[in-house]
Design a protein around this ligand. Sequence first.
Ligand SMILES: *[C@@H]1O[C@H](CO)[C@@H](O)[C@H](O)[C@H]1NC(C)=O
Ligand SMILES: *[C@@H]1O[C@H](CO)[C@@H](O)[C@H](O)[C@H]1NC(C)=O
Ligand SMILES: *[C@@H]1O[C@H](CO)[C@@H](O)[C@H](O)[C@H]1NC(C)=O
Length: 187
Amino acid sequence: MSESSFLCLLFFVITVSTINAEDLIDQTCKKCENRSIILNYGLCSTSLQVIPVSHAANLQGLALIAMELALENATTTLSTIEKLMMNTTSLDGDDEELALRACLRDCLELYSDAAWRIMNSIGAFLSENYETTKTWMSSVMEAASTCQEGFAEKGEASPLTKENYNLFQLCGISLCIVHLSTPAIPS
Ligand SMILES: *[C@@H]1O[C@H](CO)[C@@H](O)[C@H](O)[C@H]1NC(C)=O
Ligand SMILES: *[C@@H]1O[C@H](CO)[C@@H](O)[C@H](O)[C@H]1NC(C)=O
Ligand SMILES: *[C@@H]1O[C@H](CO)[C@@H](O)[C@H](O)[C@H]1NC(C)=O
């Protein structure tokens, strides 16, 4: 094969696999939005687009990437919470500050637990323990909601609204893709 025909072939292969990966992401996100009243197609497709083509070849790969994105998100939010907590110590220690600190402390615990659960979900998925993965990823979605509701219950504006929303969505997307990528349990 001449060098130029090799390059043509290479270009063709790269183009085709790029299209396939985009297609897969697009179709998967549409399906997930359809299956759920909460999942957002836009967030799903922009989040998953960051994946290198080589990893987006199939649904199993997408499921893993979605969980890794959720883990990265949870870990970053953990350090955001720590910074926010350090910030509240410089306030004058009134009831408002105490309430805010209590909420942040709860969220810190929820998020460190969440990061641990997502890591274990990835491990469970790799060992084909899909039910465990689903249970843990659902519990992380609940953790994001619980963190958010904590502020509302104390009448505080949540400083973590965007973070909680992102984690909730990324876990919902992971869960949906895990469902799509694994065989249904025979009934
Ligand atoms: C999503 O739902 C709409 C309406 O129910 C349907 O027309 C469309 O084909 C569905 N898309 C996918 C990807 O399932
Ligand atoms: C968290 O996820 C959202 C949605 O994909 C993304 O926009 C954001 O950049 C992520 N943040 C981090 C720190 O990974
Ligand atoms: C900490 O407080 C300062 C001053 O109020 C603010 O500018 C900064 O953004 C805060 N940092 C965080 C992480 O909230």
